[in-house]
Design a binder for this molecule. Sequence first.
Ligand SMILES: Nc1ncnc2c1ncn2[C@@H]1O[C@H](COP(=O)(O)OP(=O)(O)OP(=O)(O)O)[C@@H](O)[C@H]1O
Length: 352
Amino acid sequence: MTSEDNSRTRRFRALTAPGTPLRHGLDRIVKGRTGALVVLGCTREVEGVMTGGFHLDTPLTPQNLRELAKMDGAIVLSSDLTRIVAAGVQLMPDPTYDTVETGTRHRTADRVSRQTGVPTVSVSASMQMISLFIDGERMMIPEPGAILGRADQALRTLERYTTRLNEVTNQLSALEIRDQVTVRDVGVVLQRLEMVHRIDVELRDYVIELGTEGRLINLQVRELESGLENLTEMLIEDYRDEAAGITFNLEALGSLSTAELVDLTMIERAVGFGTSDLENQLYPRGFRQLFRISSLPKAVAARLLEHFGSLQEIFSASLGDLQAVDGVGLRRARAIRDALAWMAEAEFDELA
Ligand SMILES: Nc1ncnc2c1ncn2[C@@H]1O[C@H](COP(=O)(O)OP(=O)(O)OP(=O)(O)O)[C@@H](O)[C@H]1O
């Protein structure tokens, strides 16, 4: 599936998520056990398969949808999903479109969606189930209760993963300050970062499917991930060194299977550390550490690194040395020295 397909599917899943008028209407139909076939747009291709029925052009409200679903035939919505264009429509898609669905309602929904490219929704009267047919696929629209259970479980996993990620990131900071970082130490952080990323993607899908009921989950996810937002970019700034053969391609982590992700040598190979020895020492530039000094403007931090070349050099710089950098006066130089001293103390405690 291309990313364009993916975002189209996400859009329609969002449109059928709890809180939308369409979903309210569909839920009422499920409760009323009547079933329905709804075409989510009225293009020329859709008009080509429509016969009979009533032309309405009435607002899409849960009540209207529920009432019109009592009639035999399909309901056709306007392409912006704000109006009901027609009801009681007989759809006549080309029967040569392959479908594995059983039951005429679901077969028709599948064929119409494939033939016209417009998504359709079927509500099964016998199974009390809502399905979305889009781009040749059928997706069940689960009940919010079922998604909430899964989302809750994923949240608990995310909580464990972010705690561990914070732990290994703090350990990495301590080692960076001691100048004792190895490929293994960075590999462990990347491993944990990717695990958090994967569970985050899963949770984002749940949030979309839950619609308005997903707001709390969304807040909890943001809360758990606060402070981790720029970690990927900072690690790249610190460790990518093309000249030394360290490609540090973090996108490659996404191609590792779950089994491969637990193996640090696979991570090292995918990302590209320029060595296969996990105990090999690495020399971070120090972006991540400097950006932790809140009073220091980012531009000045970047200039400091450019001037000194590495965090270790900044650590051993005198007040006078620091002031040689554009934007650093005596006060700022003192603030940098104090912050670094404080950091060193805190990080040595971390390793103790
Ligand atoms: N080609 C079609 N165009 C419009 N509506 C249709 C079409 N085919 C089926 N339907 C609608 O689906 C209804 C149920 O048909 P049928 O019992 O064959 O479906 P089903 O797939 O077994 O559905 P369910 O899972 O709801 O029992 C029909 O009464 C009609 O309202």
